[in-house]
Structure formats: C-alpha cells, structure tokens
Design a protein around this ligand. Structure first.
Ligand code: TRP
Length: 381
C-alpha cells in the first residue's frame, strides 16, 4: 500500500469553538493544509461522537454543526484544500467500527484515561452508555478510513490515537497490511497543548463556563480577560509575581508575537522582557491584562470579520459540508473495499471466490455421483 501524506482530525459539535481549540488545533490544521506537505486533508465534524454523550439533546448537536463549520471556515480551513465533512454522513465509518469492536477488550476500553476522566466529569461511572465507552473505537475508524498518517490534535487525544495504533497493529497482523498507521501531531508550544480556563482550571471548557469563544466580540473579550485568574500571591503592584502556571502569561505565550509588543506595548521588546519585569515586581495585573486583551482581539479580529460574512450566506456553508461529505464518503468506500477484502467478506466482487465455490460443489456432486454409481454396481454383482 503506497502511503500518501494524509491528515485527519475533527471536533465534536457541542457548541461554538473557543480560543483553546484555536491555538491547540485549528491554527495548526490551517498551517498544515497550506504547507503543501499533505496530499489530502480531512476535517470532520464529529456529530455521531457528540451524540454518545448528548443523545438526549440532538437539537444541541444540530445547532452546533453549523457553528463549528463557521468557526472552521472563518479560521481559514479552506474547502478547496481540506475536505470538511460530517461524520454521520459516512456510514462506512460505522461498518468499520463494527469490525474494530472485535479487536478491543472491554477492560482496555475502561482503561482509556480520557474516557475515564470524561466519565468522572459527567457522573457516568455507575451507568455508562456502551456507545460512549466505545467512542475511541469509532474514532479509530474515523482515522483509518481516511488512511491518515497524521492526526493533528491536542494532548487529550493521545489516548485515542494510541488505542487506534493498537487496533491498526492488530488488524494488520491478523489480516495482512491493510490500514495506515497514524501518529499524533501535538501543538508545538506547551502553552497551546492545553490552554487553561479563565478561572485557572486545567482546561478551557464550555461546561466549566471559563472560555473565550472565537465568536466573542471585542468588548466581551476585554471583559473576560479582566476576570482572569493570575498569580494569587501577587497582591500589590510591588509584589514579585509568578509567571509559571499564571493563565495570563500562558495565554500571552500562546498568542503574543514580538510584533504585538511593538504595536501595543512598546515598553517591552518581547514576552521574556515582560516576564522578567513581572517577576521582579512593579508590574500590575491590570496593565498586563489590557495588553493580553489587545493581543487576543488582534488575532480574533479577522476571524470575526470572516465569520460575519459567512453568517450572511448560511446555505453556502451547508453546501460545503454536503459536498465535503460526498468526497469523504468516496474515500471511506475505497478503504472499506480493502478492509472487506482483508476480512474475506467481499463475497460479490471476488470472481475467483465464486469460481472456487463452483468447483467445490461440482466436485462434491461428482463424488456423490461416483459413489452412487459404485454402490449400484456393487449391488448388482
Ligand atoms: N474526539 C475528538 C473531540 O473530542 C473528536 C474526534 C472524533 C476526532 N474523531 C476524530 C479527532 C478523529 C481526531 C481524529 O473533539
């Protein structure tokens, strides 16, 4: 099997995307898509996966699909370069999931750290829906159906890619080289791997209500930045401050370029200089936050403008998803043809199989015929 350079990734549509998604995932996808290094790029809106924990609220998923599509397009995911599609429109993914389920044990699924922490967070420990427990298997199908060798995603997706690698290894060793082996491509900067929430909690998350959304307006961004947690020991301006584990500085590391300093904060040439001053004492949080808000708004401004334009042509957005889903389906169908062949369930396209069976039954009939003739002859004698 020739290995093309292919990346595949996606998001659950459970709301609008936030700046954690942007620095952790979307920005990278756009760079990869534009790098010219990839033969094919697939970006999936994982509505079926979203239903594994929002099965009781399909309206939410329905609303969020278009929100996520708008976020993708306004950030620069380009439908001419990347196939943007909807998971539920690709039935081959569910067929592949089914075959993979035979290769995974229950205890392995229960060990997946991301699933474990989600179960805890959602209070699912006592009664976990089987679909939810199995979503890593379905995610392995997402990745392999598109022959992806690269999965650009955040750290929380590492256990999923690992589980996918195990499935690929098992499949290929049982049935012959069929599936491409994927690897995870993490964000380059540590600050981008997992952007903390405004409240300093480990993760920016809609359910924790600690996010800045890509679609937030300028004023909202300013207000939210002003509420951010900083260094709890930095009580007065004169106090020496801590920059590590300080959300304001983590955000600056993720977003601020030297050019932002030149434009908005010329007292400091770059982030190191600002950090040095903060640690020395004499620099107030409000001043740093004002700068951070300007930086974030500078990054979000073109994204917001594009989003606004796209919002005026929603039918075109749906059209992109529909066409992308058709293209994605074609690719998945090709992979499934290979998979069915490997699993020996390609009954109707294998001429040799039919010929072989024809011969087998012909021989069986012939043998029976011969035996009957022999016995008849014996009887006569
Ligand atoms: N699990 C991802 C999320 O929670 C979404 C997802 C589904 C995904 N299938 C994928 C990501 C395949 C990367 C590759 O957002």
């Amino acid at each position: 099997m020739e290995q093309k350079k292919i990346f595949m990734t996606g998001d659950r549509p459970t709301g609008k995307l936030h700046i954690g998604h942007y620095v952790g995932a979307i920005k990278r996808r756009v760079e990869l898509q534009n790098s010219g290094l990839y033969d094919e790029c697939y970006v999936m809106i994982a509505d079926t996966q979203a239903l594994t924990d929002y099965y009781d609220n399909p309206d939410k998923i329905r609303e969020s699909v278009v929100e996520v599509a708008l976020d993708y397009l306004s950030c620069g995911v380009d439908p001419d370069k990347s196939v943007i599609f909807v998971q539920s429109r690709i039935p081959e993914l569910f067929e592949l999931t089914c075959y993979f389920l035979d290769l995974v044990t229950l205890s392995r699924l229960e060990r997946n750290p991301t699933v474990k922490s989600e179960m805890r967070q959602k209070g699912m420990e006592e009664s976990i829906p089987v679909g939810f427990l199995c979503y890593p298997v379905s995610q392995a199908a997402d990745i392999t159906a598109f022959d992806a060798d690269t999965v650009p995603a955040g750290e929380d997706q590492a256990p999923m890619v690992e589980q996918c690698q195990e499935i690929v290894h098992k499949f290929n060793s049982l049935y012959g080289e069929t599936l491409a082996m994927p690897h995870l491509l993490l964000p380059e900067k540590d600050s981008c791997k997992r952007l903390p929430g405004l409240d300093g909690k480990a993760k920016m998350s809609k359910s924790l209500n600690n996010c800045i959304y890509l679609s937030d307006d300028e004023r909202t961004v300013e207000k939210k930045v002003m509420t951010m947690f900083t260094d709890p020991t930095h009580l007065t301006i004169e106090d020496k401050g801590h920059t590590e584990n300080n959300p304001v500085f983590i955000y600056l590391e993720a977003f601020a370029k030297d050019e932002h300093f030149a434009r908005f904060y010329p007292q400091y040439p770059n982030l190191e200089a600002l950090e040095r001053k903060y640690r020395e004492g004499g620099l107030g949080d409000v001043e740093v936050k004002k700068f951070l808000a300007k930086v974030i708004n500078d990054v979000l401004d073109p994204i917001r403008k594009r989003r606004h334009e796209l919002e005026n042509d929603i039918p075109a957005v749906y059209k992109i998803l529909e066409e992308g889903s058709l293209k994605a389906r074609e690719k998945a169908m090709q992979t499934l043809r290979r998979v069915r062949r490997a699993l020996k369930i390609n009954y109707f396209e294998d001429k040799k199989l039919i010929e072989k069976q024809v011969k087998r039954f012909r021989k069986q009939h012939q043998d029976e015929e011969n035996l009957r003739a022999y016995l008849a002859k014996q009887k006569k004698n």
